[in-house]
Design a protein around this ligand. Structure first.
Ligand code: CA
Length: 458
């Protein structure tokens, strides 16, 4: 009886798979946290060696106009997980670490990437930072992942037993159960991702792995072994940050080596992005630890430095290495992955991302996105949009600013007075886009901090 039901399960499973099953790639999404635009070798860094990420870049397509949908952590992840501007469902702020709060997290009516991949027959795993809600209803395994190992909050201390606020010192979580931290966190996430890849090798079933490092987000904590190798960096904070990037690079190298050793490197589609630009971490005016050059601005802003990020797509079996310079956005990851999985994106809602593969192979000409939009802090907050090479930035209380990114990637010369007709057109496009958005369903970071403080006082 048991054997026959097992066989039945197997047959029903095989029946739903498309005929090209064996060709379907694994999908690995690697997210860095607060990585500066210029802080990896393939983006031009001279002081931070990142040989493994550079190799990944050389193996695939480097998208030089790659964006995320928000200039800070959680909303970008909400966009990535749904393929939709997160403003459509009010996820415009970081959720506060309040495990009893059922509102602060990725709204439950949103369909996620792992849910769609699972439906298409993929195994789904997540390793690393979650930051899409602290209440148990928001746990990764309630949102489509078969397995999870990582930190559920917005960040974490890097060494076991270090002191910090509650969110950064919670126990790590494995499949819903607390587990103590064993080692430097970036290394532990590298180990866990490698183990996942090993476990799922040699199986007929392809897999999705979401590997979201919290590095190199603060706190600035790095292994001594890396600090010693970076003695050429004089500024202590910059050196520590750089060492954190090196540890991240080494973990990516470990993951790629595991893919290679298990003969999965050729047929794995790998995305690499940062979730936002490098933050402006100046220490008492002593300078910034991260480097977003040649872009203007930093994390939290809608100048390019806030949300234009290092963006790689590698799939050795199908994609020729090269550069792609039309604007793409992390919202595109979902439709691309789901299309390759032979799955379907939801038809009952707007999906803003597009399948990038035909563009990256050169089959499709034209541009994946006529326009891209950004908004932070709600309808009264900061706005930006890009159309072709025009970039409009509108800050509260100010006049719209207009930049030509082809000539001025650093957004230094405001052309709004010279091109009022472009300003009018882009402003009305933002107004039109905004009709499809809602106000934030949970509060701003400031309100969140007040809530957390009140809770701490109780
Ligand atoms: Ca971040």
């Amino acid at each position: 009886m048991r054997r026959s039901s097992l066989l039945l399960c197997l047959f029903s499973f095989l029946a739903i798979l498309p005929s090209s099953f064996s060709a379907r790639p694994n999908v690995l999404i690697i997210v860095a946290d607060d990585l500066g635009y210029h802080d990896v070798g393939f983006q031009g860094s001279k002081d931070i060696p990142t040989p493994h990420l550079d190799r990944l870049a050389a193996s695939g397509v480097r998208c030089t106009n790659g964006y995320v949908s928000h200039p800070f952590c959680s909303p970008t992840r909400a966009g990535l997980m749904t393929g939709r501007y997160q403003h459509r469902f009010g996820h415009e702020n970081n959720p506060v670490w309040l495990p009893e709060d059922t509102k602060q997290g990725l709204p439950l009516d949103q369909t996620t990437l792992p849910q769609l991949m699972k439906k298409a027959g993929y195994a789904t795993g997540a390793v690393g930072k979650w930051h899409l809600g602290a209440h148990p209803q928001f746990h990764p395994m309630k949102r489509g992942f078969d397995e999870f190992f990582g930190a559920l909050g917005g960040g974490h201390v890097y060494f076991p037993d270090q002191k910090a606020g509650a969110e950064y010192t919670i126990p790590l979580n494995r499949n819903g159960v607390d587990e103590p931290q064993k080692k430097y966190l970036t290394e532990q996430f590298g180990d866990e991702a490698s183990a996942y890849i090993q476990r799922h090798s040699g199986q007929a079933q392809p897999w999705l792995l979401y590997l979201a490092f919290n590095a190199p987000h603060t706190p600035l904590q790095a292994p001594e072994s890396w600090l010693e190798k970076l003695a050429h960096i004089a500024d202590k904070n910059r050196r520590t940050y750089a060492a954190m990037v090196c540890a991240l690079d080494a973990a990516v190298g470990q993951v790629m080596a595991r893919l290679d050793a298990t003969q999965q490197l050729q047929n794995t589609l790998i995305f690499f992005i940062s979730d936002n630009g490098g933050p402006n971490l100046s220490a008492k005016g002593a300078g910034n630890f991260t480097d977003n050059s040649p872009l203007r601005g930093a994390k939290g802003m809608v100048y390019e430095g806030g949300m234009r990020v290092p963006f790689l797509v590698s799939w050795p079996a199908k994609l020729k290495p090269g550069i792609y310079d039309r604007p793409v956005i992390a919202l595109d990851i979902l439709p691309t992955a789901v299309a390759l999985a032979g799955g379907e994106v939801p038809q009952d809602r707007v999906i803003d991302g597009v399948n990038l593969l035909p563009y990256l192979t050169g089959e499709a000409t034209g541009t994946p996105h006529e326009s891209l939009f950004w908004r932070s802090q709600g309808p009264q907050g900061i706005h930006a949009m890009r159309q072709g090479n025009w970039k409009l930035v509108h800050l509260p209380g100010g006049k719209p600013e207009l930049y030509d990114l082809a000539a001025d990637i650093g957004e230094s010369k405001d052309l709004s007075a010279e091109k009022p007709e472009v300003v009018t057109q882009l402003t009305s496009a933002i107004t039109e886009w905004e009709k499809g958005t809602s106000t934030p369903v949970f509060g701003g970071p400031r309100e969140g901090k007040t809530k957390a403080k009140k809770k701490a006082k109780k």
